[in-house]
Write a protein that binds this ligand. Structure first.
Ligand code: AMP
Length: 113
């Protein structure tokens, strides 16, 4: 797989405002926030899109959600936050290194745009 800029953030070749790290994932603030809190969680082992994940990734994917909840809580938003994963360009994916958006700090509409 091609290196994306998120791989460069993991390698500390590009700066980022990192809020959480463990052996499996890294979380940092989105450079173009869509809410008062907008954090991205990425697996260190890059998977381009959700559709590329396999059974072997199920613990990792579960871990990303558990970490997302912990980060939302740390940010003071355990009552209300939204998680988004865009899969594919037409769904809004622009960086092809799977990531979970954590959005919080404002009200969100449903259905989403
Ligand atoms: P997506 O459109 O779902 O692929 O999300 C990619 C996200 O990465 C967007 O919300 C961008 O604002 C964000 N982004 C792009 N470059 C950076 C960067 N260098 N640091 C932090 N976030 C970034």
């Amino acid at each position: 797989m091609m290196d994306t800029l998120f791989s460069k953030i993991i390698a500390r070749q590009i700066p980022a405002d990192i809020v959480y790290e463990d052996e499996l994932c890294l979380a940092f603030r989105d450079i173009n926030p869509q809410a008062p809190v907008h954090i991205l969680i990425i697996p260190k082992n890059p998977i381009p899109k959700v559709i590329d994940a396999t059974e072997a990734d199920k613990d990792l994917l579960g871990h990303l959600l558990i970490v997302a909840g912990k980060i939302a809580k740390n940010e003071g938003h355990e009552e209300a936050f939204r998680l988004v994963i865009n899969n594919g360009e037409n769904a809004g994916q622009s960086v092809f290194h799977l990531h979970v958006h954590i959005l919080a700090g404002r009200n969100f509409n449903w259905p989403p745009g």
